[in-house]
Design a protein. Sequence first.
Length: 181
Amino acid sequence: MGNRLSRNACEILPEWRLDAETEGQIAMLLADAFPTDYGGRSFFQQRPHLRLIRRDPDVVGHVAVFLREVRLDGHLKQVLGIGDIATHRAHRGTGIASALLGQALTPPIAGRAEFALLFGRRGLYDRAEFRRAANPIRHVDLTGAESRAITQTSSDFLMVRPLRGTNWPEHAPLDLLGAMF
């Protein structure tokens, strides 16, 4: 699909402004992009604070953004959680996901967050300067959009990017104070 997109080719959509048609398009995009059953929802476990989307004219790219506190090595830290990164099959390889992810990491979106966190394993994240982290993780299991046990585990999918020059404590306990992103 030809031309690469500029970093500014996205729409910032706060969750409270999400209309039914756009939400349906996002749900279809996520159902097609992931093997996980989203149950027809436009989000995996919890609604994000805002979404970055690309339309052509329907939604062809999506990134969910979560702003919240976590407990890292016993200290509260503000983080930017990234989730539900998806691009429509016909538009993959055109730079949509990179542009949306890049926009999510900018100060107007990330605010005062010290770190950006996501769970994934794609070259896109390496190119965006995310690095794997081996921290023990505590979180609420919300499988199937249902509250389950508080889980203590490690994840081969945790990726971190410092946003303010602060070093990430590689093996320190990470309590997400809720669900994964």
